[in-house]
Design a protein around this ligand. Sequence first.
Ligand SMILES: O=C(O)CCC(=O)/C=C/C=C(\O)C(=O)O
Ligand SMILES: [Fe+2]
Length: 314
Amino acid sequence: MPLAVVTASHSPLMRTVEPRGDARTAVDAAFAQARAFAADFRPDLVVVVAPDHYNGMFYDLMPPFCVGTAAEAVGDYGTARGPLAVDREAARHVVREVLAADIDLAMSERMVVDHGFAQPLELLFGAIDAVPAVPVFINCVAVPFGPVRRTRRLGEALGRALLALDRRVLLLGSGGLSHDPPLPTLEGAPPEVAARLIAGRHPTPEERAGREARVRDAGLAVASGEPGPRLNPDWDRAFLDLLAEGRLTAADTWTNTWITAEAGNSAHEVRTWLACYAALATAGPYAMRGSFYRPIPEWIAGFGITTAETRRNP
Ligand SMILES: O=C(O)CCC(=O)/C=C/C=C(\O)C(=O)O
Ligand SMILES: [Fe+2]
């Protein structure tokens, strides 16, 4: 059975901040193409590979990787709140097979996810529970991280597990590319911030609104002409080329310090893309069908969307 991939940046600012020029029109058109690609592929299972931003995963027990055998979205930044339509049997199969392939990962019967999962599901399929899904969390935010090559190997193990299912599986990678939105870090955090990074589940509506306002204000400031965030379009385009050309092992030598220095703290979200493409590559040579890129400072994102599928035999 073939596999297919859609990867897309996400941004908490997409609903609240209007970028200058034709960025929104261009992004909408690229998402329309990705939707058509997904509809044409007719997946019967969608594996969503995404990070979290201190809404579901905290430093009281931060796994590098986690598969949800059930999952609930918190409803941040205007995304829907509620359960994902997790295919429990498929999720449990993935956990078993990936562990058997020597990749340690956690599993959760009550995974909590945020806009990292919800936004691409809504943009691609219309709702967070519209398609049978397996949610795969990759820690891309809470340092320290393992080497980036571990996420490529996770992707390979994931791909082999999915091929064994003999279903039409679309992998949906969420996040990146170069960007550095205002996200707190544990090191040097004042005690109240540290407490919420360690165990900040169930914030009050006021607390959530305060966090979201801080991120929104950063985007609005750029939209009103203040200096933009540091994005790195050259790095982003080189990463897209690497994926298009199937040179995934080239990322094995990247250090985490280098990724952060080149592309920002949240650029580690490209781990989700790398895992999806590594999974796709296990089905044989692939072809990238669509590739969109635009640096959008107002959304604090080097914004990319790609589609790819197993190359058909001539
Ligand atoms: O304040 C917090 O703890 C969370 C802020 C937040 O959710 C930021 C999210 C940013 C992205 O998802 C992104 O730009 O990739
Ligand atoms: Fe993010």
